[in-house]
Design a protein around this ligand. Structure first.
Ligand code: C2O
Ligand code: CU
Length: 465
């Protein structure tokens, strides 16, 4: 009997080389990943390759994909000539595995390793990225997908993972090294000139008429937000920030803020042989992010009509009747009207603060270091009801580590279907209401994922004891 059919008959998963018994016992998947320089042809063959930093030297870096219930056992080797660390964005994990250098672990020194071990409690679309000098390390490519597969995923013909990024390249396709420029810090963050999907500018994605594709979108940009339109297609949104939503079809552009994720189900209805761009329109000038090219041969005549529902996520439900109310005001930046704020515990004028490289504040406090008094200090199990007011002229994707938050309302309009988020994009002058159970002990970062904003003071701590 051939090995393949034996495995099939006996119901053992075909993990080559690993004893099924050992595999079942440890139930973890082992990864060895090196953060190191590499070369990627981003712009195309007529340009030189771009020198990047990547996990295993690739951009996106080595994808991590496990089954729900499996553990990640990832040893990160630092092959850069500066310290680094890895944060597992959106995963509810023990604080010591969160990867925030200087807060949850010491930075990994050049030549050294750090072993991360955790079992993600939720299936879905996540990512991992550097959390040291992030605007430069992520900006040079240190990010990768982290996918936790559902036990019983909806049936599709194919799955695509698109890590979207936005590079600031010079004419020779090298990365502009003006990371953390003052203008980027005080305005919209580092917005580039070369938007890419999986490290490729204006790629062409081959598809077939009638095909059903699950598209996992991950926005790894330093600061660029996207509003993606799929032309004649009508995408169904099935998950946001990794968590299942009741599927809904929409022709509206799909908004995906920096660090955000959206899972779409696409039934490819274009004509055989046709080309259809995916267009971004978040900022003033729309552009083609990438293009679908249909094969001459359709895959099937009529579309699949099987269910696209994901199992609902299993997150702790906040108790709004006994919740701690927290109001957070985001202020500062250019055209923001913030005059003074507390910096290292003292009230100071914004100009003086700006001279030190900081321009943003949460509740009038500039988040310039990791050992500050926490914004929220609470006991494990406490429900938090948080209202965030964005009193600035820029959008802010606000990320809370180690938790998911339920988005309850936007501008006082309750959402008909509240949804779980870990990086909600809050638009200028918008106010949002969120709730979560502070059930994961530790000091957690809460910060803007426009990385230049975080570096310029838009961050705080949530302490759970
Ligand atoms: Cu995705 Cu503090 O980061
Ligand atoms: Cu911001």
């Amino acid at each position: 009997m051939k090995r393949r059919s034996f495995l099939k008959l006996s119901g053992i998963s075909a993990l080559s080389g690993i004893s099924p018994i050992l595999q079942a016992k440890s139930n973890s998947k082992v990864f060895r990943i090196t953060a190191k320089p590499g070369q990627v042809n981003i712009v195309g063959p007529t340009f030189p390759a771009t020198e990047v930093w990547g996990f295993n030297g690739q951009v996106p870096g080595l994808p991590i994909r496990i089954n729900h219930g499996q553990a990640v056992d990832a040893t990160i080797h630092n092959g850069l000539d500066m310290p680094t660390s890895v944060h597992w964005h959106g995963i509810r994990l023990p604080n010591a595995m969160d990867g925030v250098a200087g807060l949850t672990q010491p930075a990994i020194k050049p030549g050294e390793d750090f072993r991360y071990q955790f079992t993600p409690p939720d299936a879905g679309t996540y990512w991992y990225h550097s959390h040291v000098n992030a605007y430069e390390q992520i900006g040079r490519g240190l990010y990768a997908p982290l996918i936790i597969e559902e036990a019983d995923p909806p049936k599709v013909d194919r799955e695509l993972v698109w890590m979207i990024d936005d590079w600031r390249l010079l004419d020779d396709a090298s990365i502009s090294d003006d990371f953390g420029a003052g203008h980027d810090k005080s305005h919209a963050g580092r917005i580039g000139n070369v938007p890419t999907v999986n490290g490729r500018f204006r790629d062409v994605i081959k598809v077939q008429t009638g095909e059903r594709i699950r598209l996992r979108l991950i926005n790894a940009s330093n600061a660029r937000n996207f509003a993606l339109s799929f032309g004649e297609l009508t995408p169904s949104v099935i998950a946001i920030d990794g968590q299942a939503v009741k599927p809904y079809q929409t022709k509206e552009p799909i908004i995906i803020g920096a660090a955000g994720r959206v899972d779409l189900m696409l039934d490819m209805t274009g004509n055989p042989g046709s080309m259809h761009p995916v267009v971004d329109s978040f900022y003033r000038k729309p552009f083609d992010l990438t293009t679908f090219a249909y094969d001459d041969k359709p895959l099937r005549e009529s579309l699949l009509d099987s269910s696209i529902d994901l199992a609902p996520s299993n997150l702790p439900e906040p108790d709004l009747n006994n919740a701690l109310d927290v109001n957070v005001t985001i202020a500062g930046g250019a055209m923001g009207g913030l005059r003074r704020a507390r910096f290292n515990g003292e009230w100071m004028g914004l100009r003086e603060i700006a001279q030190q490289g900081y321009v943003w504040a949460l509740n009038d406090v500039v988040g310039n270091k990791l050992d500050m008094p926490p914004l929220i200090d609470t006991k494990k199990g406490q429900s938090i009801h948080m209202t965030i007011n964005n009193e600035t002229s820029f959008p802010h994707p606000m990320h809370l580590h180690g938790h998911h938050m339920k988005l309850l309302s936007i501008d006082d309009q309750p959402l008909p279907e509240p949804r779980w988020v870990d990086s909600p994009l809050i638009m200028p002058n918008q106010s949002v209401e969120l709730a979560f159970v502070a059930d994961n002990p530790g000091d957690w970062l809460f910060h803007c994922h426009a990385l230049e904003h975080h570096a310029a003071g838009l961050g705080a701590l949530v302490r759970i004891t």
